[in-house]
Design a protein around this ligand. Structure first.
Ligand SMILES: [Zn+2]
Ligand SMILES: [Zn+2]
Length: 111
């Protein structure tokens, strides 16, 4: 055994370094972190949930948390809070109300 470093899934959390938020592993025997210019590498990485300690995959939604938790825990949490935050997904889901275009107006009068 040449190395003390154990193979593990990093437990990512955000730490403030200067003016940057850096994703770092919180485990005591690990000094892994993602430099700010590499933070686009973080989504899709496995991390350990800060609530249930199970492995889950980081994505742009759970990365809004300083200490990300898995989707199950965030669901439980939002129910417990009586304040579901699932509505944040609205952005992807905007209603496509088309303004009436000139052509459409002309169509109306065609017949
Ligand atoms: Zn680690
Ligand atoms: Zn969890």
């Amino acid at each position: 055994m040449s190395s003390k470093a154990r193979r593990h899934t990093h437990k990512y959390h955000q730490v403030r370094v200067g003016s940057d938020n850096v994703w770092a592993c919180a485990l005591p025997y690990c000094s892994h972190y993602m430099p700010a210019h590499m933070s686009n590498m973080v989504p899709g990485k496995a991390s350990i949930c800060w609530s249930c300690n199970e492995e889950f995959i980081l994505d742009p939604v759970n990365m809004k948390m300083e200490k990300p938790i898995c989707s199950e825990c965030s669901l439980i949490k939002s129910i417990a809070d009586g304040n579901p935050e699932l509505k944040h997904e609205d952005d992807t889901n905007k209603s496509h109300v088309e303004p009436i275009t000139k052509n459409k107006l002309l169509d109306l009068f065609k017949e």
